[in-house]
Design a protein. Structure first.
Length: 157
């Protein structure tokens, strides 16, 4: 069966080109660089990226440049109504993806703030779907955990 990874977008957003490019190419932080390394070799794994600017998007979805939100990178600086709109649209995107494919596992690599955006998504999942959250305090340990989770799911070379 298929697997899904939902990971945090980077606050580093490529400005060039301003025209739409795949979401995975638009973001440029450490987590994105790690995913770019493994992405071509993933076997039966879909990747979605959650951003406070774009919402939840598939890695291959083409997105145009948008100015990042101002404020600390680890805090969402949206008012309640903007946050609720982002939450609704992101959950709708996830619901649509879940209706098209059965995932036996979903791997989540999001910080506490971004996790609020998809809070409650588990209620949309079949009971057999396993949800794995990135483990560790801070970016480095979570990246290592994700790498270790991904490696058994890479295509043989």
């Amino acid at each position: 069966m298929a697997k899904l990874i939902i990971l945090s977008a980077s606050s580093k957003i490529k400005t060039d080109p301003a025209s739409p490019i795949p979401a995975l190419q638009r973001f440029d932080g450490a987590l994105m660089k790690q995913m770019k390394k493994y992405y071509p070799s993933l076997s039966n794994i879909d990747v979605m990226i959650l951003s406070p600017v774009y919402g939840l998007v598939a890695a291959d979805d083409k997105i145009a440049y948008k100015k990042p939100l101002q404020g600390p990178w680890n805090k969402i600086v949206l008012d309640e109504s903007e946050l609720e709109q982002l939450r609704k649209s992101s959950l709708s995107t996830l619901r649509s993806s879940l209706s098209k494919k059965d995932y036996d596992e979903i791997y989540i690599n999001l910080g506490k703030e971004l996790l609020k955006i998809i809070q409650g998504f588990e209620s949309m999942l079949p009971s057999a779907t396993k949800v794995t959250y990135a483990q560790g305090k801070g970016m480095g340990p979570k990246m290592a955990h994700m790498r270790d989770w991904i490696k058994p799911h890479l295509k043989s070379r």
